[in-house]
Design a protein. Sequence first.
Length: 317
Amino acid sequence: MNTSQTLNPSADAVAVPIAMPQSAPTATSAQATTATQAFLREVARMTRRLLRNPLTAAGVAVILGLAAVALFAPWIATHGPYAQDLSAALQAPSAAHWFGTDEYGRDVFSRLVHGARITLYVVALVTVIVGPIGLLVGIVSGYFGGWVDTAMMRVTDIFLSFPGLVLALAFVAALGPGLDHAVIAIALTSWPPIARLARAETLSLRHADFITAARLQGASASRILLRYIAPLCLSSVVVRLTMNMASIILTAAGLGFLGLGAQAPLPEWGAMISEGRRYMLDSWWLVAAPGGAILLVSLAFNLLGDGLYDVLDPRSE
């Protein structure tokens, strides 16, 4: 009896530590599932609000159509984008060539479809470069203030003092013509407005009560910037980046038109307008098709930016 009384408590003591940790993963997974469900509900609610505006819905439809055209370009195009047929040069739009042909007999519709890939490439790459740089410069400048703010904002003011296209021309002239150099030049001229916006948001947040509480608890400056301030600035930055996409498309087309962006025979829309301007009086489709594409896509990104502003602005609730 004494032996069993001695062993039983030890058995109970061993069972307790084995059973206790089993509830921790369950609670963690339940919290993760709840957070995911809440996030998905919020995304669905914002999507419904976004598509409730017919103009925004039209912009989203155009952008999704552009992405689909770029993705399935080899199957949508009726001809090769570089295939030449001099016997069919400068033909008007017809059943064989929906948007006509250029001076080398290349199908304008097929080149326009493949040019959508170049447009999305430029927009996506510039946005990926500009967003983090502008956000980082803005939140660091606004949070620390003092000489850090003065130095960063004076550099930003220098970039803002030049028109974007003129500054992009200067950078491309230094780097040399080419699509990749055009992307770098556009990125170097597009980050200052993002930095200014992020700085203004940070100035309104750095003395907030929750930032002061985090600082008193020993949170480092990098933790406060990345965990608390940057997420609160993201909505404004996303809206500005979306609206900047139209100017990115126009700047890329301008550089291509001047021969400093995408080089022949790439079917970039601005370069197509440049090649067709010599024949535009008689062959209007050479400039009308790429010009209409630039207009439509730029308008779509502006409409999407306006819709995102209405959805992400807390004052519109």
